[in-house]
Design a protein around this ligand. Structure first.
Ligand code: GAR
Length: 195
């Protein structure tokens, strides 16, 4: 018997190209899922524009005075909106804040993230720059479950890419992103199948 599509809520802060890759995988039949809502902590993020043009419900969260997390009230609002949309799984797609108790408690072990390095190497910001600065021969991307730490949750899947001698931060990040567009939909598809 075919399973119902996995209902996914997305949180993103930036350009939303992973979100677009996930939508492509859904629309081409490679991922049995449906996106119920896209939320952003940044009202000007391109991910909101991308959601609008794809006809997917989206909302900007109220401005937050912290940089690394949301105020508990705003995170509670996000959790309420995601739960009301019917999301079963929360997918972080370029979401640049820590996830705290309001979301972790509402979606226990049901939040996933993609990070642009082979965790546990290079957690945190600009992981591709960290890889370049460390002269790492290889880097990549990691899909992992989200816990209260920064990029510390259980690893679900990884893909590696080479670091080339003449790489700039931009060329290396572009190579990692190409790997992300494959890895994230594949990992989500396994999660959808394992329900
Ligand atoms: C991606 O490379 C993602 O791995 C990274 O931000 C980029 C977002 O791109 N996320 C993090 O660094 C999270 N710590 P996108 O908005 O085009 O998907």
């Amino acid at each position: 018997m075919n399973k119902a599509p996995l209902r996914i809520g997305v949180l993103g802060s930036g350009k939303g190209s992973n979100f677009e890759a996930i939508v492509r995988a859904i629309r081409s039949g490679n991922l049995n899922a449906a996106i119920t809502l896209v939320l952003s902590d940044n009202p000007n993020a391109r991910i909101l524009e991308a959601a609008r043009s794809l006809g997917i419900p989206s909302n900007a969260l109220p401005a937050s005075s912290f940089r690394t997390k949301l105020e508990p009230e705003i995170e509670t609002l996000a959790a309420n909106q995601l739960a009301d949309s019917g999301a079963e799984l929360i997918v972080l797609a370029g979401y640049m804040r820590l996830i705290k108790a309001p979301l972790l408690n509402r979606f226990p072990n049901r939040i996933v993230n993609i990070h642009p390095s082979l965790l546990p190497a290079f957690p945190g910001l600009d992981a591709w720059k960290q890889a370049l600065e460390a002269n790492a021969p290889t880097t990549g991307c990691t899909v992992h479950w989200v816990d209260s730490g920064m990029d510390t949750g259980q690893i679900i899947a990884q893909a590696s890419v080479p670091v080339l001698q003449n790489d700039t931060p931009e060329t290396l990040h572009a190579r990692i992103q190409k790997a992300e567009y494959q890895l994230y939909p594949e990992a989500l598809s396994k999660i959808a199948a394992a329900r």
